[in-house]
Design a binder for this molecule. Structure first.
Ligand SMILES: Cc1cc2nc3c(=O)[nH]c(=O)nc-3n(C[C@H](O)[C@H](O)[C@H](O)COP(=O)(O)O)c2cc1C
Length: 229
């Protein structure tokens, strides 16, 4: 069987900060599962316009903007599993992550409609993680939002390790006294990092099970589960 691909998305506007380190922890755990290869995609520094609702994607099958979304889409399509990570910004996700999800979500619908098809059952196994500068700074809201986005993209959302309090994904607290700006503060939240590991491991395990099931079904796999861009 070809290697299973797990893509981690670091959704912070700043490079190699707490979110990226948390996603990397999850990817390391995923890579320990047999037959898995991982890739990190950081949004920091990427040009990413927000959706302007022009609906040209329905006419052309592609977005009017040529930016990071075009780089991201082949990676998304090739992934068997995804780990979506974002910091908490004002009780929600940062604007770049929202822009990515709005654009990718709409394009997945409209590209396939443009081809005369329905959006495929992508079946991508997804885990979500976040970190905030405050202990209760809106982490659950971010996890809910990211989880909802996974489901909207026809993904399979997995939980973390419920015993560790990681119900719908992994969350961490990066506040160190009043220092909210440190890019390494996450390294002091062992519990948050352990939750990230459990999410990464489970994404890889469930993605292996799903892939094995799809291979075993062969010709019996309903057509909406296979697709070409
Ligand atoms: C514009 C902005 C808004 C923020 N809003 C929140 C918030 O609502 N709740 C919270 O807990 N932390 C908030 N934070 C803190 C970040 O979530 C925290 O520093 C996080 O660890 C940053 O992740 P990064 O290092 O990957 O960029 C905010 C930070 C910024 C810059």
């Amino acid at each position: 069987m070809p290697k299973l691909k797990i893509l981690g998305v670091g959704g912070s506007p700043r490079k190699n900060g707490n979110t990226t380190k948390m996603v990397q922890k999850a990817l390391e755990a995923a890579a320990n599962v047999d037959g898995v290869e991982t890739e990190l995609y950081e949004l920091a520094g990427k040009k990413l316009n927000y959706c302007i609702a022009c609906y040209k994607c329905l006419e052309k099958g592609e977005c009017v903007f040529d930016d990071a979304v075009n780089e991201f889409i082949p990676k998304f399509l090739a992934a068997d599993g995804l780990i979506w990570g974002a910091p908490v910004y004002h009780m929600s996700v940062p604007a770049n992550m929202k822009a990515l999800l709005d654009r990718v979500g709409n394009l997945m619908l409209s590209h396939f409609l443009w081809k005369g098809e329905m959006m495929p059952r992508f079946n991508k196994v997804c885990g979500v993680l976040t970190n905030g500068g405050h202990r209760n700074g809106g982490q659950d809201l971010v996890l809910s939002f990211l989880g909802g986005s996974c489901i909207m993209l026809n993904g399979i959302l997995i939980s973390g390790e419920t015993v560790m309090g990681s119900y719908i994904g992994a969350s961490a607290w990066t506040g160190k006294g009043m220092d909210l700006s440190g890019k390494d503060n996450i390294l002091e939240d062992n519990e948050g990092l352990m939750c990230a590991e459990s999410v990464g491991k489970r994404v890889a395990e469930v993605a292996s099970i799903v892939k094995a099931g799809m291979v075993a079904l062969g010709d019996k796999l309903p057509s909406e589960y296979t697709y070409a861009w």
